[in-house]
Write a protein that binds this ligand. Sequence first.
Ligand SMILES: Cc1cc2nc3c(=O)[nH]c(=O)nc-3n(C[C@H](O)[C@H](O)[C@H](O)COP(=O)(O)OP(=O)(O)OC[C@H]3O[C@@H](n4cnc5c(N)ncnc54)[C@H](O)[C@@H]3O)c2cc1C
Length: 449
Amino acid sequence: MAKKIVIVGAGVAGVNAATKLVDNGYPGQDITIVDMGNDPYNRKPEEVMTGFLGAGGWSDGKLTYHTAIGGQLSKYVGEKKAMALMDEVINNFKRFHPKPEEVQCSNPVEEPEFIKPYFGLRLFPVWHVGTDYLHEIGKNWYDYLVSKGVNFIWNERVFRVDFESNLVNLTVNGKKGECALEYDQLIFAVGKSGIDFVQEIQDEYQLETEPKSVQIGVRFEAPQKHFQDLIDISYDFKLYRKFDNGVSLRSFCTNNNAAYVAVEETYGNHSYNGHAKKDPKYRNDMTNFGILMEINGIKNPFEWSRKVVNELQFAGTGLYYSPSRKPSSTSEGEKVSSIQIDTLDIVRHGMGEYWNYIEDFIEDMKKVFPTLKDDWGVYVPEVKYLSPEPLVYHSDLALIDYPDVHFVGDALSARGITVSGAQGILAVEKLVKQECPWDNIQGDIIDWR
Ligand SMILES: Cc1cc2nc3c(=O)[nH]c(=O)nc-3n(C[C@H](O)[C@H](O)[C@H](O)COP(=O)(O)OP(=O)(O)OC[C@H]3O[C@@H](n4cnc5c(N)ncnc54)[C@H](O)[C@@H]3O)c2cc1C
């Protein structure tokens, strides 16, 4: 008899894990997915973080296709296997896409002279699914899993996992009670919206972890025309620069043509991200991208980031600064939630000396893109909370001390749709391989130090 698999989180990691299982004949009836958000038929566009297909799987759809981006997949399984896992994720998106022929890969090849000597440019391929198809993809994908018998529990939150008794406690009608699901294998795929829960579990079970860096900055927005020369070479361009003191900066998640800034709510604070629509009716000829600093060597990076984000809030939302512009609108036509500030003093105070790196980055962009001048704005802050990464077996991402529990996706610092989905697949691969019965899982512990 197949053993019970519980998946916490119906984001890209959890959904790809379930798909791998049922595609290979694992009985859907033995798989239960719990998510505190909505199914794809009831999930609203503004529910950015929670529900079927999780965060970027619902509101964006750029599938990065390189092992240098997001998480440590190639460290776990090597380059070749990592790419094969990513292929599976991309094929899943194509398979449930209403117009798979529209999924295209941009693959820039040359680093243009004009950005030197101010910036380097990271070039890597990206598959573009099209934000406006994601909801349909979600519904098709969900219908497939339901048709295979997979059980879903929506709008309920898992608030405790008992690793000793293999029990998952979840709310009933939103209230904590005694309801518990038993598991033989647990896929823990709670993403960024569950990062505080990850921290709680790490503390409770004193899991051994790897420290992570701080990732903080702003979401930069400007009319697309200023960046067109670079966009023609690389749609999702990644400008970067690195300093000797452990600080590096990169432009992150570039959106063009129909580009919208999105508000994320984490720990009751607002931060920013962005997404792009494909349907021409949404075209606004704007570009937005994060300017993210990676700062190494900060003690308690998670707490530090939370404190800074908290300081960069005003009247319950984030900040907007521009020398000439006003905050723009969401794709629903509403103003992006933010308080416009006239000076950057509060930002300088919140980020301290690190703000200078971002200011320099913007000043240098003005040199490289000469029409930009003062025609830009920044939404503050953008943040990627990376909680310390639990140590896992590389072969199936199971915890060293609890081999029935697999951490995947952003819960394991994946940072991206493709890598998160790939981790979901990797975690369950052994469960469906005849030659390696999962009763005998013996993951390898490899060189994580
Ligand atoms: C606006 C936005 C745009 C993005 N765009 C891109 C992009 O274009 N390309 C890219 O590669 N990456 C993008 N990302 C990042 C990407 O979305 C994430 O890296 C990826 O979704 C992580 O997948 P995941 O399955 O680990 O977690 P998620 O997708 O975050 O899913 C986690 C799920 O777990 C559920 N959950 C959390 N805690 C609990 C709990 N306690 N009980 C029950 N359920 C719980 C949540 O409801 C959620 O549905 C974007 C992120 C955002 C927010």
